[in-house]
Write a protein that binds this ligand. Sequence first.
Ligand SMILES: O=c1ccn([C@@H]2O[C@H](COP(=O)(O)O)[C@@H](O)[C@H]2O)c(=O)[nH]1
Length: 274
Amino acid sequence: MSEATFAERYRAVVAERGRLCAGIDPHTALLEQWGLPVSVDGLRAFADAAVAGLAPIAAVIKPQVAFFEVFGSAGYAVLEEVIAGCRAAGALVLADAKRGDIGSTMAAYTGAWLDDASPLCSDAVTASPYLGFGSLSPALTLAKETGRGVFTLARTSNPEGGDVQTAQAGGRTVAQSIVDAAAAVNADGSGTVGVVVGATREHGLDLSALAGPVLSPGLGAQGATAADLARIFEGADLAWLLPAASRSILRAGPDVAALAAAAGATRDGIEAAL
Ligand SMILES: O=c1ccn([C@@H]2O[C@H](COP(=O)(O)O)[C@@H](O)[C@H]2O)c(=O)[nH]1
């Protein structure tokens, strides 16, 4: 529980560290590249090095929950350690869990990812609004009360997203309707709701009323560059832009200093371009 709003917490850490969300995505291929076994022991060694290298550098750390979940309860135990370690190092933790369900089930997900009583409690969580933005209400309410954030998918970085996200609904795209719904929640200045807008293509969105963070994955492994960010988000409030990269940084491991250097170089490239 924080007295500060998510906007205040987010702006403080970005002012101190710059704009980078570094992902912790323990892909099997990365475990192998790092010389680690594809096992819970390998996952823990990977996670320990990633936290040590990235959490002191990046403003936001985004563990991709799927790569922990694949190891079952033992993987979740490692994820709990990652969350605690990153928060202790001063980074905000954005759990990339992409939760979204009917409201009563969403309330349970909210308890898992945003409630202090949960060992998985993070500073923010990703959510899918495609059961209706209103179905996210339990998460939005608790996040606002506790100074946490919810990052809702809008225009994702993957090539398949356009079918749904660019469909017209009431004179605007579905993605724009999500951004507008997020802006309405943020109208009190809390910055509770962020949106996910990929860096891999033009997004066609009006972000001017959002007043919240814009997580932009797609840098590096998915082909986007810092220069692409500057072009795609030209005219937007770049103070809110939070570019995200995972594999392109993690490939520098397992050496902790090399991971830190890769994160720093990515962050510096972003700051120079924006
Ligand atoms: O639109 C989206 C939403 C989420 N992601 C997630 O971000 C990382 C990207 O990893 P890279 O290795 O930098 O490609 C990953 O966890 C995705 O699930 C996204 O890529 N696009």
